[in-house]
Design a protein around this ligand. Structure first.
Ligand code: DX5
Ligand code: ZN
Length: 239
């Protein structure tokens, strides 16, 4: 197996936004059989994005079924407001990922999240410049580079985000960098080549006949393509 240099661990997140809402437990079991690393939960407030999804009530149920950490992806205007309600229904090792475009002061949100023990993720939308998050990379556990404009599952992967992803990877060779949006077997090699070591997918997993196999396929493709063909001198390496 080719491996150019040590790199952050490849992880796969299954976004339950495309799971059968009447059978979430069964759906979560299926992806766990495929070795999924994270259950990605898309939380939308109807303001930050034009869609409403789930709150702590549903997340509490998901948490009971999950044997792997949750990755709560908050697409909300005021993330601070939701830290406590979600803390009550989640646990050690779970991520709380919020957007740099939200209205709360990011450093404050990060310290509030640290105080209650969440792992911290920061996300940026496709049109948002990398500079907005560069100063925060040392303070977070996860950077989520959106590859669609958030709001819905099943949208088309925006390849124009790739130079930004590559740039952010070059700044942070060891950081967990996730992509989310339009990820499937065709697009995942592109994202991995540009430096994503974590991929989240909704339709690309739950939209398939065999979600467990879809998880394995995404892992294999991410592993095979992670920074493939890039120059270690420009991307940096782990020592
Ligand atoms: C988009 C959400 C994504 C979405 C991905 O707003 O943040 O997590 O569920 O869906 P797919 O993988 O179908 O594009
Ligand atoms: Zn998401």
């Amino acid at each position: 197996m080719k491996e150019l240099r040590p790199h952050p661990k490849i992880k796969i997140g299954a976004s339950i936004l495309a799971a059968d809402p009447l059978h979430l437990e069964r759906e979560i079991q299926k992806v766990q059989e495929g070795g999924v690393d994270l259950i990605h939960v898309d939380i939308m407030d109807g303001h930050f994005v034009p869609n409403l999804t789930m709150g702590p009530f549903v997340v509490e149920g998901i948490k009971k079924a999950a044997r792997v950490p949750l990755d709560l992806h908050l697409m909300v205007e005021y993330p601070s407001k939701f830290i406590e309600p979600f803390r009550q229904v989640s646990g050690k090792g779970d991520y709380f990922t919020f957007h740099i475009e939200s209205r709360d002061e990011p450093r404050r949100v990060i310290s509030q999240l640290r105080e209650v023990g969440f792992r911290v993720g920061i996300s940026l939308n496709p049109p948002t410049q990398a500079e907005r998050v560069e100063g925060l990379l040392g303070e977070v556990d996860l950077l989520l580079v959106m590859t669609v404009n958030p709001g819905f599952a099943g949208q088309k992967f925006i390849e124009g985000v790739m130079p930004k992803l590559r740039h952010l990877r070059s700044l942070s060779p060891e950081l967990d960098i996730m992509v989310d949006g339009g990820i499937n077997e065709e697009t995942v090699p592109i994202a991995a080549r540009h430096g994503a070591n974590i991929v989240a997918a909704a339709k690309g997993i739950f939209g398939k006949k065999d979600p467990a196999q879809a998880v394995r396929d995404l892992r294999h493709l991410t592993q095979e393509n992670f920074l493939a063909g890039s120059d270690p001198a420009t991307v940096g390496g782990r020592h």
